[in-house]
Design a protein around this ligand. Structure first.
Ligand code: DAH
Length: 355
């Protein structure tokens, strides 16, 4: 607690002889004018706050005059009380008026500062660039193209057969429940959907070209998810598929390892962990080990299931292959140090310009 200074405690009372009503009226008029003047010359909210404390605060002259009312005689008390109320009302109105003005001013200054003039090409010309998801996708494509893969595409609206059926998810199979599928109201109920992964592009590739096949398929996927820092109902994956003669799990492990050092750089390694996917047998998840020893779970992979090859018209006796798939968005976040997935979806120039 601040002790009142001797000066303050003195000024809280009328110590000497009683001032005349006229003198007080004059003083209050002057105080009011001074406050109004100071409020109106304040050019920022903090400055206005200071002026407020000075003119309406506990140590203001107005407060001191009020504090002294008790020691006045009865008639004076009433009149001075009224004068004080009138003065503080006028001062408060002046304060509020200026407060509103400053707020408006400050808002428009901020808006001005943040506005983008699309017609102005003065001074420094700023050049746009690809979004960081696109940058990451292209970097991935580069690495795989360097390893002999071609880039394939498929539609975002898929048939149930391409997304599930041909990938060895039987009707009613519990593995379908792992995908919170968004169905499209088209054709028979649940026959058309927004693809839940890029794996249907495997099917589209195998049904449209003969082996040998080596493709990667990056693209958008959709699941019924609530947006938060690590989930979005729209996200990106990249799929890989290689079909040839005598392809083994060793080829898969070697490919993942070669990709890891090419994409992440020296000192990064990979491992496969047994897992389950209906469309691969055996299936494995793969993780990346960072130079500091920590692990990053990246995606799924495995040897293409004979049922999938057959569904796509490829003879599993003659051909075998591997597939893999992983999310692109999290890679972009790690690559560029973004910690909220939702930021990737803002069109905010202040965010986008950083990369
Ligand atoms: N499609 C899987 C998913 O979204 C990921 C995946 C797993 C893709 C294994 C593959 C694979 O190609 O072989 O969860």
């Amino acid at each position: 607690m601040n002790e009142p200074t001797p000066e303050q405690s003195k000024s809280a009372q009328f110590t000497s002889a009683q001032p005349t009503l006229e003198a007080l009226r004059l003083e209050l008029a002057e105080l009011t004018q001074a406050a109004e003047h100071e409020f109106n010359s304040a050019i920022s909210s903090p400055q206005l706050q200071q002026a407020k404390t000075k003119h309406l605060g506990k140590s203001s002259r107005l407060a001191a005059i009020r504090g002294g009312i008790g020691s006045l005689d009865k008639q004076m008390r009433r009149e001075v009380g009224q004068l004080c109320n009138a003065a503080s009302h006028t001062i408060e109105v002046a304060l509020e008026t200026r407060q509103a003005e400053l707020l408006k001013l400050e808002r428009s200054t901020q808006l001005e500062a943040e506005s983008v003039d699309l017609t102005e090409v003065l001074g420094e010309i700023s050049v746009g660039h690809f979004h960081i998801i696109t940058q990451t996708r292209r970097a991935l494509e580069d690495v795989f193209c360097g390893m002999g893969y071609q880039v394939a595409e498929g539609p975002e609206i898929e048939t149930e057969w391409h997304n599930f059926g041909a990938l060895n998810f039987p009707q009613g199979h519990p593995a379908r429940d792992m995908y919170d599928t968004l169905y499209v109201d088209w054709g028979k109920p649940m026959s058309t959907l927004l693809r839940t992964h890029t794996s249907p592009v495997q099917v589209r590739t195998m049904t449209s070209q003969p082996p040998p096949i080596a493709v990667v398929a990056p693209g958008r996927c959709f699941r019924r998810d609530t947006a938060d820092a690590t989930h979005m109902p729209v996200f990106h994956q990249i799929e890989g598929l290689l079909i040839d003669r005598d392809i083994s799990l060793g080829h898969l492990a070697g490919t993942i390892e070669a990709f890891t050092s090419a994409f992440f750089g020296e000192g990064f390694t990979s491992r496969l962990r047994p897992s389950y996917f209906p469309f691969t047998e055996p299936s494995a998840e793969f993780d990346i080990q960072r130079p500091d020893g920590s692990w990053l779970e990246l995606g799924g992979s495995g040897m293409v299931h004979p049922n999938v090859l057959e569904a796509c018209g490829i003879d599993p006796q003659e051909w075998s292959g591997f597939a893999f798939g992983f999310g692109i968005d999290r890679l972009a976040m790690i690559r560029y140090g973004v910690d909220d997935l939702r930021d990737l979806w803002t069109g905010d120039m202040r965010f986008l310009k950083q990369f």
